[in-house]
Ligand binder design. Structure first.
Ligand SMILES: [Zn+2]
Length: 303
């Protein structure tokens, strides 16, 4: 055991996991609970957004209340995740079950904030990625519930490109390519499939909805094109697996695509830059590039 100096702590906090081997676990144990608690607190607000936004209700006006008896939630019961566990998932007033969805969204947001902390370190980039993560959670759960995507949320995702431009070193060209590289094929597939579906069944819907297309455009503007390539592959693969499972369980062949795209986007945002760079280098030269020192993925895969 040794003590960490304040400077070492600051360095570890700013660098992310690639540099963490130089520091001890003390920093990890100190920082992770704080990041998690912050994440579940934000996650608690995401629950409000996911439920109220599609209904056109105010996000701030009315205090949280029981969905069954209308009883106001006490301050003591407002602690994310922990209150739900303490109350054993039931309302304090009428004993009606409180959906397990609430602690799931809260802890998902908390765990993903920790993941962002690991990947990006504690810096402005991590803050933007956490906002991106939370917006994706809202998009995914709202699409799952209502099969609709709120364009205001997508606009917020696209607007992350503005502060992002000062934080990471993507060029405007990379962002514009990111915006169209998946969204444009999605749009074309959607249009073509619409013609075929109308001919065959007389119904008017698209194979890939406009909401999915806009999501990929907004995220691409923020992330640039490399993360989008990985997001596309992961999104399609999880959608195929998830879609088959959903079809077996519910018997419905139509399902929300956004939740799977959001999984892809999260993985793309965290690892896409490195995986796609490595993959392209390997593809173009048909020889693995030299591992850069301290570069997590090249060091991991090419050793
Ligand atoms: Zn109640």
């Amino acid at each position: 055991m040794y003590q960490m100096s304040g400077q070492a702590l600051l360095l570890a906090a700013q660098a992310g996991w690639k540099e963490w081997k130089f520091y001890d676990l003390g920093f990890f144990f100190m920082a992770v609970p704080i990041v998690f608690l912050y994440g579940i607190a934000i996650g608690s607000f995401l629950n409000v957004v996911i439920i109220r936004l599609p209904r056109g209700e105010s996000l701030i006006k009315r205090a949280s209340h029981c969905m069954t008896c209308g009883a106001k939630i006490r301050i003591i019961d407002l602690i994310p995740v922990f209150s739900w566990i303490f109350l054993k998932g039931r309302c304090h007033s009428c004993g009606e079950k409180i959906s397990v969805r609430y602690p799931i969204v809260e802890s998902l947001n908390g765990l993903l904030y920790i993941a962002n902390f690991f990947v990006f370190g504690f810096n402005l980039n991590m803050v933007l990625m956490c906002i991106f993560t939370s917006l994706l959670i809202v998009v995914a759960f709202m699409d799952w519930d209502t099969k609709e995507v709120d364009l205001r949320i997508l606009l917020l995702i696209a607007l992350l490109a503005v502060p992002g431009h000062f934080v990471n070193d993507l060029t405007i060209k990379q962002r514009l390519i990111g915006m169209v590289c998946i969204a444009l094929p999605f749009f074309i597939i959607g249009e073509v499939s619409r013609v075929f579906i109308r001919k065959k069944t007389g119904e008017d819907y698209r194979g890939i909805e406009l909401g999915d297309t806009y999501l990929m455009a907004a995220a691409g503007l923020y992330l640039g094109w490399k993360p989008m390539i990985l997001a596309f592959f992961v999104g399609i693969m999880t959608a195929v697996v998830g879609g088959l499972i959903q079809k077996k369980v519910s018997g419905e062949s139509q399902f929300a695509f956004c939740p799977y795209l959001c999984i892809g986007l999260l993985i793309g945002a965290m690892f896409g830059e490195e995986i796609v760079t490595w993959w392209l280098g390997w593809l173009l030269s048909s020889m693995p590039p030299e591992p850069e020192p301290g570069h997590y993925f090249s060091a991991f895969f090419l050793r």
